[in-house]
Ligand binder design. Structure first.
Ligand code: A2P
Length: 273
């Protein structure tokens, strides 16, 4: 498993993680156990997913030492004004002493509390209870404000990112500021994208599935990617991406698929609490 270095001293993140958005609470422990057995060492959950208990259970009950696993969770929108208490609740649900990465899930600019939330999260980081801290769904404007008004640059920004929404400006901004890019819905949520004829062509050429082609594209661009699947065969398929390489022509063919097409909410306006 490839790992990338975060801007936090010594912290490495496995480049491919297992995402558990929409994995029901009562299936999460089993799903994460399947993923760990398939070789994943990084699990991405959130308070809002309602499945932190199951994720924590699988992590605690696995035979793997805690330091070999990377666990991310996120602060929900309703909790920007009580980030430390919400973090403690997440940690208790997970049943862990620390998380590897704690993210602000959405900026919710209407609330205007994400700077306050970040300052509380900086303290959690300094206390060692989150080994690294970052953001999710932040735009350039939100990140710029955070960097101007607080001390610690986010180590990572997790954004919707797939061949139909390539986010070139965001990625360049991240790179210029030492922030890693993490892709949520890296497969564009499956339907549609994975049936694209351009991917079928690369699939035939490389002898890999369309999902594997897309995940390989993310890895070669230096993204962290967290594909979600509830299906054991696809969980295993999605980690089978370390034994082939896309050449420059293949990468360009995927680069040409960009449509600027968002599936999820707009980060500037999303304020579901
Ligand atoms: P399933 O859970 O039945 O496998 P994303 O991570 O981009 O949000 O995509 C998740 C969606 O893509 C889920 O609906 C998931 O369905 C589907 N999916 C995940 N992996 C694959 C794969 N290898 N091939 C086809 N569909 C997949």
């Amino acid at each position: 498993m490839n790992s990338l270095m975060l801007n936090t001293d010594g912290v490495q993140i496995p480049q491919l993680g297992y995402g558990v958005w929409q994995v029901p609470a009562d299936e999460a422990a089993q799903a994460v156990t399947t993923a760990l057995k398939a070789g994943y060492r990084h699990v991405d959950t959130a308070a809002a997913y309602g499945n932190e208990e199951g994720v924590g259970q699988a992590v605690r009950e696995s035979e793997l030492p805690r330091r070999k696993l990377f666990v991310t969770t996120k602060l929900w929108n309703a909790d920007h004004g009580r980030a430390e208490a919400a973090f403690d609740e997440s940690l208790a649900r997970l049943g862990l002493d620390y998380v590897d990465l704690f993210l602000i899930h959405w900026p919710v600019p209407q609330q205007d509390k994400y700077v306050q939330a970040w300052k509380a999260i900086e303290k959690i980081y300094r206390d060692g209870r989150a080994k690294a801290i970052g953001t999710s769904n932040f735009t350039i404007a939100h990140l710029t404000r955070l960097m101007n008004e607080t001390d610690i640059v986010p180590s990572i920004n997790q954004i919707e990112l797939h061949p139909y929404l390539q986010q070139r400006e965001m990625r360049a901004f991240h790179e210029a500021n030492g922030i890693l890019t993490e892709a949520w819905s890296p497969l564009g949520q499956g339907q549609g994208l994975l049936d694209d004829p351009a991917l079928a062509k690369l699939s035939d050429k490389c002898g890999k599935t369309p999902a594997q082609i897309v995940l390989r594209w993310h890895l070669q661009l230096g993204h962290v990617a967290i594909p979600k699947s509830a299906n054991p065969a696809r969980i295993a398929e999605n980690i089978g991406v370390f034994d082939f390489i896309l050449d420059a022509e293949d990468m360009a063919a995927i680069g040409a698929m960009n449509r600027g097409q968002r599936i999820g909410p707009d980060p500037d306006t999303f304020d579901l609490t």
